[in-house]
Design a protein around this ligand. Structure first.
Ligand code: AMP
Ligand code: FE
Ligand code: FE
Ligand code: ZN
Length: 320
């Protein structure tokens, strides 16, 4: 009974199809998976349908790119209402920014006499949230690089000739959006931020969880983040951040978390939504002239979709 709460597909920069992801999850012995594609929720429907067929529970998620003091932070939003107008609008705008950025990156590469076309990149990407990996794939396909790593090293890493900065929303805004859409916000792979003081700061801002387990976290870092989650009263999560075969071998199955952690995450969602309903009720009772409290979460389903227990769980009745 293990879960992976951080997975990508070809709806952003992964290589898995929905069916391929679910097959890989089954092969890795997982019973529950979250889809957390960058800046999109486009894959939810198909992945959840395949997951259901395979008897896996599905956790809806997305990975937002945000900024705090000029630093890029990734934020996982789980159980958000994908139809929430403000969230949907922000995702659309992040996707437009991504497409514009791909155009600019290709233009810079063209200036270096690297003949790849925007149409070829976008046609091959076939998703609404394209990024550097898609440009890297085009560089390899056209023979300008022999590997994705080389494409990043030579052209696409920060300050390399094909690199274009990506405008990002503030962390405060990302957090507010996720909560307004009835979801919970988790600090993705804090080990990649190289500054653990940020964790406490983000916790004080109102984050709900820390992604403690991640392939890039050492055992010591994992233990440290699990301890921080306990001390700060945050939910601990984890996932393989698998992008399929984008980078070497797929990491799915190398990082997994017990079902009880996912239950704690769902509990947090229920608490957040109850708080939002209470605040909305209080605001209503105070009358129309009272200051408005953001009651966005009230428009969301009353409780998060319960993951169906697997036959195994029903038999043993236990949570690992
Ligand atoms: P972007 O969001 O467009 O800035 O692209 C960032 C994405 O590039 C990350 O989420 C990774 O999936 C991917 N990435 C970063 N470095 C590499 C690399 N060396 N090889 C392949 N993919 C990479
Ligand atoms: Fe990625
Ligand atoms: Fe990330
Ligand atoms: Zn990721």
């Amino acid at each position: 009974m293990f879960a992976d709460l951080h997975l990508h597909t070809l709806f952003s920069d992964g290589t898995y199809t929905p069916a391929g992801l679910v097959d890989a999850a089954v092969a890795a012995g997982l019973s529950e998976i979250a889809l957390t594609d960058h800046d999109t929720v486009d894959g939810w429907e198909e992945v959840s349908a395949h997951a259901e067929q395979a008897g896996l529970a599905f956790v809806p998620g997305t990975e937002l790119t945000a900024e705090l003091n000029g630093r890029e932070l990734h934020i996982l939003g789980y159980y958000v209402d994908s139809a929430h107008p403000e969230l949907a609008g922000e995702l659309r705008s992040a996707q437009e920014i991504r497409c514009r950025r791909v155009r600019e990156m290709v233009a810079r590469l063209n200036d270096l006499n690297i003949a790849i076309s925007v149409d070829a990149v976008l046609e091959a990407a076939r998703c609404r949230a394209p990024g550097r990996p898609h440009v890297a794939r085009a560089l390899v396909a056209a023979g300008f690089c022999t590997s994705l790593d080389e494409a990043f090293e030579r052209y696409l890493k920060k300050d390399r000739p094909g690199w274009v900065p990506k405008p990002k929303m503030s962390v405060t805004k990302a957090l507010r959006l996720i909560h307004a859409a009835g979801g919970v916000a988790v600090i993705a792979h804090p080990g990649l931020n190289h500054d653990d003081r940020l964790v406490g700061r983000l916790a004080r801002m109102g984050f709900d969880g820390i992604e403690c387990r991640h392939p890039k976290h050492s055992p010591a870092a994992t233990a440290r983040y699990e301890e921080m989650a306990r001390e700060l009263g945050l939910v601990a999560t984890g996932g393989s951040d698998c992008h399929g075969t984008t980078k070497n071998r797929p990491t799915i199955g190398t990082v997994r978390i017990p079902r009880s952690w996912v239950d704690a995450l769902r509990q947090r969602v229920a608490e957040r939504r109850a708080e939002a309903r209470k605040a909305a009720k209080a605001a209503k009772a105070a009358g129309p002239d009272a200051p408005q409290i953001n009651a966005g979460a009230d428009a969301c389903p009353a409780s998060p979709p319960a993951s169906p227990p697997t036959p195994e769980a029903q038999e043993s009745g236990s949570i690992p």
